[in-house]
Design a protein around this ligand. Structure first.
Ligand SMILES: [Zn+2]
Length: 80
């Protein structure tokens, strides 16, 4: 089962003009270059230390833990 944060959006401030630009996690992960909507300069996105991948893994682990506890909460008590 694939799980990905790719579609999630972030607002990142331009280092030059401080304009907040909306980018997707996927663009950060693939180190995309976006053009600042404030000053038109090229912003090279850098996923420093692969933080997206680490966050994604942590989120995936939390979700499977959550699914596990939901599963036990929702367990149906069957009596014969
Ligand atoms: Zn800018």
């Amino acid at each position: 089962m694939g799980f990905s944060l790719d579609a999630a959006e972030l607002d990142i401030p331009c280092p030059r003009c401080r304009f907040f630009n909306e980018v997707t996690i996927k663009q950060v992960r693939t180190r995309d270059v976006v053009i600042c909507r404030g000053c038109k300069s090229n912003l090279r996105l850098d996923d420093h230390m692969n933080q997206v991948r680490v966050a994604e893994r942590q989120l995936r682990e939390s979700i499977s833990a959550l699914t596990g506890s939901l599963g036990s909460l929702l367990a149906i008590d069957i009596k014969l």
